[in-house]
Design a protein around this ligand. Structure first.
Ligand code: SF4
Length: 576
């Protein structure tokens, strides 16, 4: 069941990141019982890294730096801010994931700044996400037994929710396999699930198997069993249905169990994890760093697609063949519900990212955003299918504080996923209304929207916000309706296309699969609508009506619409 849920969420994709772990010091003011890493100042094992030492551990291949460590008694605030700033300055391509809620709360108390201010200052110098550590188990009983000086659930959630409010997504963990009960594990997951419903800011959940080491909590070699690890991963995939990703952290699970976990609900292998020390000081038996090639092989051997990601889970590279890109929005489900994969592998991916991967030759076919198809007409050829709106679309919406004319020279937040809708917006602004606005890209998920005068959302996020209302933005514009009222033709958002270089038999096979899948899907629009309605805050009828509002065949009118739009975009420019 967990695997089925994972397949629905991330298809055949398994994510990894080229990352480097930095633990700037092992000196810690606390003495948590389960921790074999921390020492006191003056002990022979104590170490402190300078910023130069930290920088020397990074290089241009690294995409994410993961920073956590002891709570140092003497370091000043400037050291932490300087660390993040200098990393970003020296390696702009590196995303900084740093400081657990325990560390943020420590800074808040030690430097007498509100949690929000601590996070804001770190964000301003380059912090982009937070690790999930420090959660351990949300149980006061366990906290009193094992880490009574450390923060409890209340503070942990306060820090994470504050981060989400500021547009800093974060991760979450569960440390299991010590003194906690099964009930406490489940309550832990329920608390996370509730918080995710509230903020939507968690990227992943990482069950961490306890490493007994010299902690004395369990005999030194009594690791959790593989079956217990797999069950915990599977249950977390089922319980945390609102979490995008479940991670099999191979450092603690071992490579073998992590690899099997890819069929038990996990869709993330973490990364190459250079420099990991905390788990190894506690006796983890996995190799210290896993080379990228090895990670790719493990994922390929599990029959999945190795997807190198950034800190937000945007796909950077795909390392396998026969990959079909799948836009993860309700309007494309009729194509995919009965898609018989055969030798193809399915990669759910936002439209703009699919275009980037396709440019690198890493996607063989898919439902491409129109602008990406235009940009790659030399290497891609259209198939007979598309996503075209008739009059309105309901899922490409500009939420605005102002009418069209009032948006002149104002700031519009553009959701990161879009490749075509942003151009449609520009065409409408400039050519229909004679207005010029400033576009600012926002990453998908959580954002501080208050800085914008209008916000462009697409896909399921737009559908949800259109139904529930988007606080602070009272005016909504359906861009397809704006287009239709103006041009009296449909708008084509995406077209099915394949690489021209694909072998003919593969092209034919794919075309047959899509045709058969769409025929069945179209007969079941109401069923598809009902299945997806609840998660989009729609009624079954609304979801069914939404799906009936599209044309899925690339006919003459749609082809004409493509040409009209192509001409218009030559006359405008989008800068982001
Ligand atoms: S778990 Fe963290 S806070 Fe506790 S002693 Fe170890 S390093 Fe310090």
């Amino acid at each position: 069941m967990a695997h089925a849920v994972q397949q629905l969420k991330s298809g055949d994709a398994v994510y990894y990141v080229v990352n480097q772990k930095i633990e700037p010091t092992n000196i810690c003011v606390l003495s948590c019982k389960f921790c074999d890493f921390a020492v006191k100042q003056g002990t022979p094992q104590a170490y402190e890294m300078t910023i130069e030492e930290i920088l020397s551990k990074l290089n241009s291949d690294v995409h994410e730096v993961h920073i956590t460590g002891g709570l140092h008694p003497d370091w000043p605030w400037e050291y932490y801010v300087g660390m993040v700033r200098d990393i970003k300055k020296a390696f702009p391509q590196i995303d900084v994931k740093a400081f657990t809620a325990v560390e943020i709360d420590f800074f808040h108390k030690k430097f007498k700044m509100p949690i929000e201010e601590v996070l804001r200052q770190l964000y301003d110098v380059g912090l982009r996400t937070m690790p999930g550590g420090g959660a351990e188990v949300f149980s006061e009983r366990v906290r009193k037994l094992l880490f009574n000086q450390k923060i409890g659930a209340k503070t942990w959630f306060e820090v994470h929710k504050t981060a989400h409010k500021l547009g800093i997504p974060s991760n979450s963990t569960l440390l299991y396999g010590h003194v906690e009960t099964y009930e406490e594990r489940v309550i832990h997951m329920m608390k996370l699930r509730e918080a995710q419903d509230e903020t939507g800011g968690f990227l992943s959940f990482i069950p961490l198997a306890f490493q007994p080491g010299e902690t004395g909590i369990k005999p030194k070699n009594e690791f959790t069993s593989a079956i217990e690890d797999l069950k915990t991963i599977a249950i977390s995939r089922l319980m945390l249905d609102n979490f995008p990703h479940i991670k099999a952290y191979w450092v603690m699970l071992t490579e073998e169990v992590a690899s099997v976990a890819l069929n038990f609900g996990a869709d993330d292998m973490d990364g190459t994890v250079g420099g990991e020390k905390i788990a190894h000081d506690a006796g983890a038996i996995s190799p210290m760093a896993m080379a990228k090639d090895k990670l790719i092989k493990i994922i390929n051997d599990a029959g999945k697609i190795p997807v190198e990601r950034d800190v937000y889970y945007n796909a950077l590279n795909v390392n396998t063949d026969h990959v079909i890109g799948k836009i993860p929005y309700l309007n494309s489900v009729p194509f995919y519900k009965y898609f018989e994969q055969r030798q193809f592998k399915m990669l759910p991916i936002a439209p703009r990212r699919m275009g980037v991967l396709s440019q690198k030759g890493q996607i063989d076919a898919g439902l491409f955003s129109l602008m990406d198809y235009f940009a790659q007409e030399e290497t891609l050829e259209t198939m007979d299918y598309c996503i075209a709106s008739r009059d309105q679309v309901k899922s490409v919406i500009l939420f605005s504080k102002e009418g069209w004319q009032g948006l002149n020279e104002k700031k519009i937040g553009i959701i990161d996923d879009t490749a075509t809708s942003v151009w449609l917006l520009q065409v409408l602004l400039e050519k229909k209304y004679g207005v010029k606005a400033q576009f600012i890209r926002m990453h998908a998920g959580i954002n501080d929207y208050s800085q914008f005068d209008a916000v462009l959302l697409i896909g399921d996020e737009a559908l949800k916000a259109n139904k529930s209302g988007f606080t602070g933005f009272d005016i909504t514009y359906d861009l397809a309706k704006e287009w239709y009222d103006w041009q009296k033709i449909p708008f084509v958002f995406a077209v099915w296309a394949n690489k021209k270089s694909l072998p003919v038999e593969l092209k034919l096979e794919l075309s047959t699969i899509i045709q058969q899948s769409l025929e069945r899907g179209k007969l079941e629009l109401d069923i598809i609508g009902t299945l997806h309605a609840k998660s989009l805050h729609l009624t079954s009828e609304e979801a069914g009506d939404f799906l009936r509002g599209f044309n899925y065949h690339l006919g003459e009118r749609e082809k004409e619409a493509l040409q009209v739009f192509k001409k218009l975009i030559e006359e405008v420019e989008v800068s982001l």
